[in-house]
Design a protein around this ligand. Structure first.
Ligand code: DGP
Length: 114
């Protein structure tokens, strides 16, 4: 039995609208989109929070960003612009304990964020 919600998506125990997958990563549309394009890019290996990353994960995190770049292009938002967001722990809004990179685009983004 999968431990967290995103592991259940990786294991196909719950459905998701998957837009990208390889051996290391999975990307799927957020169930509660905050923009016309809102995709979550996750590692298949469980890492609870950004605080659990170490030097050996540098390549993984880089490939998450590169996957987001490719998805932004395929979603047609690369030229207009998009935002990548990583939330760490409750105060920053993290609610699922498996790191995930938010890709948001398709509308104007406010800065600074609320
Ligand atoms: P965060 O708040 O940064 O931990 O983001 C978690 C995101 O996960 C949030 O935007 C909503 C999304 N989410 C939660 N449950 C599900 C689900 O079952 N399916 C999908 N596709 N997204 C989910």
């Amino acid at each position: 039995m999968s431990e967290d919600l995103f592991e259940k998506i990786i294991d196909r125990e719950i459905p998701a609208d998957i837009v990208f997958e390889n051996d290391e990563l999975l990307a799927f549309r957020d169930i509660n989109p905050q923009a016309p394009v809102h995709v979550l890019i996750i590692p298949k290996r469980k890492i609870r929070t950004l605080n659990d990353l170490d030097e050996d994960d540098a390549g993984l995190v880089g490939r998450m960003v590169l996957a987001a770049k490719e998805i932004a292009a395929s979603e047609g938002i690369a030229e207009d612009g998009y935002r990548l967001n990583l939330n760490c722990n409750e105060r920053a809004g993290q609610s699922v304990w498996h790191i995930h990179l938010h890709l948001l685009g398709g509308r104007k983004m406010d800065w600074p964020p609320g």
